[in-house]
Design a protein around this ligand. Structure first.
Ligand code: PEP
Ligand code: MG
Length: 820
């Protein structure tokens, strides 16, 4: 056609941003500098505009865009959907379709081999089966410089055949009109239509794959570090497979290597599905890469670093002995790209519980009281007995946090995880062993503190995969909502209002005393709006305040009384009902935002009686709130025992607060490091309650979810999915990993959801027989689960004894069950 609708990588360079989008231009740049990127062509922005013009969409889209009220979420979401539908349902001009399918055909044959034989080429083209390709959007507007915007467009893998290809290209084109990207463009005053291209790239069926760091990020020297696994590289990225590690000098001399027991490989089946397979012990312990491959890879790393003039973190794949570079990006110390667990060597100064993953070095600042907080400068390591959530502002400046007290469900640990700051809790001697001014490295993956400095590492946030059980994230602080949104999760399963309250520095009772509850409402509204804007169109569940007196004693105007047992003290719904003004301000903040179209739910913490639910409902009604879901936290044994009656009150959803449910069920203080070794959310007493509550809720059509830390643990997730939970809230850093596990469990379909009792019983019987056979008939099932927790994913579906007939015993077949 003579137009620029299709561009092969050989015709593109970084100057072609407008034609090929950011990603497309960068791929062209790599290709033309002789880096072996998988073959690809770009369906250009010219093609996109041509399609809009021929399908008469341009004006229609502009008209819709002009009428959108971006601050009205319903309107925004609906109109964005309408535009996308226009694009995906319009016919692409035939000549454009032909150009695309012709280019796609060219992937099917190795053109070099048939260069001199056009006849053979024609036969091959018509006889071969289509190959798998990925189709990725490549937007030109990414240079608006807004990362959140850049991450919005769609990508598809394992696309095959002409109709699917054309459809996915249309979907890529349409993805420039998501509610969020329209919102951002409008807010940034960006008028007119933005161009988007689609990259069609041959999928590499990796025999082996891995990552190369052109400079060792752990030791921070100029050695080249290569890590490799069999099959696809996702196992490295998600940290589920321990890769082989090789270190080479810049003269390509191999100076060190560790061959690991990789156990499994992730492969793509001929049907295009991703599957995890077990390796034989021999294969598992064998070296993945040949020496000449290591040298070739190291050479590419040096060249890529030279080309981009920055140390690079490179993903590679090898198919039929051919090396492909899949992606390269700079290694930076500020914005770290490393994802898997670090393996540091050196002098260990102290150890504790790994509470938030990542590695960071910095100067120790010992904090004895709030007055010392001024000492903390950007990048320091905060060392203290126990951080309170009201230290949140200083915590944000810290590169890492080490505490002598606490457990991993302590709010300090939870907040560190949300911020992506490495943290270790319960390092009992840290206040003595670490000295002000020392330079140390905190390894939050393993709970170890080392002398000296290493390269910082943080966990990359990756998007979730599709699952039927919804995966949500927890967000307590608006500043970190963008980080959590990178997961593309299905919504927010918990916002603790305390995050906003701590950031404001003022206790709600102070607002109440000063008659300034409107200011309180305004403060909450502003914070909640920021989070809501990041999760437009998705459900967001907010928890009314749950302010423990020990944690928030330092806020302005905080009550002065010191409670003996703050965990069991005046907080949660019992506090809210005593302070209706505060409670109503919180509810009205939600209502007023819901009136703008945000999909909110509110849940009440520390519920112990039906009467509390009734009182909360009465206040809801008094405030005429009819556009916010009404939910209850199940985090006390009382609530779990009373679930049937609570459901009968007409609630919309429940969410398990397993941090407290475990604490109150087992009588173990979740904040006391001395007893953390027996704090176990997988204790059978906790699991039985969860099982029963889910079943009861299903009978009453009440949605079920979890927002305690245990939702980020694979062993709990396995249990919950099999019980038929509706959604799981996770920490952003494990969202992808957990979603993959859920997807796998859902595909296995080994147990139907709990309401299908017969198949469960059958499964349980089978498991029990198996248990007997292997002579592993455990008396204490939860301990077995605990033993698996090192690497539970690999045990999924094959460990007998995980579910026992105990589940059967607690179902409604026992009408005399005292709980009912
Ligand atoms: C819980 O108890 O599990 C929960 C989510 O609430 P918090 O951690 O704030 O007590
Ligand atoms: Mg709780």
């Amino acid at each position: 056609m003579g137009d620029n609708y299709i561009a092969w990588l050989s015709n593109l360079s970084k100057a072609d941003l407008n034609l090929a989008g950011g990603k497309g231009a960068n791929l062209g740049e790599m290709y033309n500098n002789k880096f072996p990127v998988p073959p690809a062509f770009v369906v250009t922005t010219d093609a996109f505009f041509y399609f809009l013009k021929e399908a008469k969409l341009e004006q229609k889209i502009k008209d819709i865009l002009n009428t959108i009220k971006v601050d009205n979420t319903d309107d925004l979401t609906e109109k964005a959907k309408e535009i996308r539908k226009l694009i995906t349902e319009s016919e692409m001009p035939e000549n454009l379709q032909n150009e695309i399918t012709e280019a796609y055909d060219h992937f099917n044959v190795d053109l070099d081999d048939f260069h001199n034989s056009p006849g053979a080429l024609a036969i091959l083209k018509s006889s071969r089966e289509s190959i798998f390709v990925s189709v990725r959007s490549s937007a030109t507007a990414e240079d608006l410089g807004d990362a959140s915007f850049a991450g919005q467009q769609s990508s598809f893998i394992n696309v095959k055949g002409n109709p699917e290809l054309i459809q996915k290209i249309k979907e890529c084109f349409a993805s420039i009109f998501t509610a969020r990207s329209i919102y951002y463009r409008k807010k940034k005053g960006f008028e007119g239509l933005v161009g988007i291209a689609a990259i069609v790239q041959k999928m590499i069926n990796s025999d082996k794959s891995g990552v190369i760091f052109s400079r060792n990020p752990v030791k921070n020297n100029d050695e080249i570090l290569i890590e490799a696994v069999f099959g696809q590289g996702e196992g490295i990225v998600s940290g589920t497979i321990k890769p082989d590690q090789h270190t080479l000098t810049r003269d390509l001399e191999l100076i060190q290597e560790k061959i690991s027991d990789k156990k499994v490989a992730i492969i793509r089946t001929s049907g295009g599905e991703t599957k995890t397979i077990q390796l034989t012990p021999e294969k598992s312990n064998s070296r993945v890469l040949k020496t000449y491959e290591l040298k070739q890879l190291a050479e590419f790393a040096i060249k890529l670093e030279e080309h981009y003039d920055k140390p690079q973190d490179i993903e590679f794949a090898i198919e039929n002995e051919n090396i492909y570079i899949l992606q390269t990006r700079p290694i930076t110390t500020l914005k770290k790209t490393e994802t898997k667990e670090a393996d540091l060597d050196g002098q260990i100064l102290t150890e504790g519980m790994a509470a938030s993953p990542g590695v960071a070095s910095g100067i120790v600042k010992i904090i004895h009281s709030m007055d010392d907080l001024g000492k903390i400068k950007q990048g320091d390591i905060l060392v203290t007995t126990m951080t309170n959530p009201d230290m949140v502002v200083s915590m944000q400046k810290a590169a890492a946090i080490v505490t002598s007290e606490g457990g991993v469900t302590a709010h300090a640990a939870i907040v560190s995880r949300e911020m992506g700051i490495p943290a270790i809790v319960g390092a009992q001697d840290c206040m003595e062993k670490l000295k002000d001014g020392d330079e140390i490295t905190v390894d939050g993956f393993h709970g170890k503190v080392f002398a000296g400095k290493a390269e910082n590492k943080s966990v990359k946030i990756l998007p979730v995969v599709d699952t039927k059980t919804k995966i949500k994230v927890m967000v307590d602080l608006p500043q970190f909502a963008e980080r959590a949104a990178k997961t593309n999760a299905d919504g927010v399963g918990l916002i603790r209002l305390e995050g906003l309250i701590a950031s404001s520095g003022k206790h709600p009772v102070a607002y109440e005393k000063e008659n300034k509850l409107d200011d309180y409402k305004k403060m909450l509204k502003e914070g909640l709006l920021k989070i809501a804007e990041t999760f437009i169109g998705k459900p967001i569940w907010i928890r009314s305040s749950d302010i423990r007196s020990d944690e928030y004693a330092n806020l302005e105007g905080a009550p002065k009384e010191i409670e003996k047992n703050p965990m069991l003290g005046d907080h949660g719904i019992r506090f809210s009902l005593k302070h209706p003004g505060i409670f109503k301000a919180e509810l009205m903040a939600c209502k007023e935002l819901a009136d703008k179209g945000h999909k909110f739910g509110v849940m009440f913490p520390q519920i112990i009686s039906v009467d509390e639910v009734k009182q909360a409902r009465a206040i809801f009604n008094e405030l005429k709130i009819d556009n916010v879901q009404f939910g209850v936290m199940i985090e006390t044994p009382a609530a779990s025992i009373l679930i049937k009656d609570i459901c009968e009150e007409g609630i919309d959803f429940i969410s398990f607060g397993t941090n407290d449910l475990t604490q109150y069920t087992l009588a173990i203080d979740r904040g006391n490091e001395e007893v953390q070794n027996i704090y176990d959310e997988m204790n059978w007493a906790v699991l039985k309650q969860i099982s029963r509550v889910i079943r009861e809720c299903k009978k009453h059509n009440v949605e079920t979810s979890i927002c305690g830390q245990a939702g980020s643990k694979p062993e709990m997730v396995e249990f919950l999915v099999k019980q038929g939970i509706d959604s799981i809230s996770v920490n952003a850093d494990v969202a992808k990993q957990i979603s993959e596990l859920v997807q796998k469990l859902e595909n296995e379909k080994s147990i139907e959801p709990i309401d299908n009792k017969e198949s469960i019983k059958e499964e349980l019987r089978e498991r029990e027989n198996l248990q007997k056979e292997v002579g592993n008939n455990s008396e204490n099932p939860q301990q077995e689960v605990g033993n698996n927790s090192e690497n539970p994913q690999q045990e999924v579906g094959k460990k007998p004894g995980f579910l026992t007939s105990d589940i059967e015993i607690i179902d409604e077949h026992k009408p005399e069950d005292i709980f009912n």
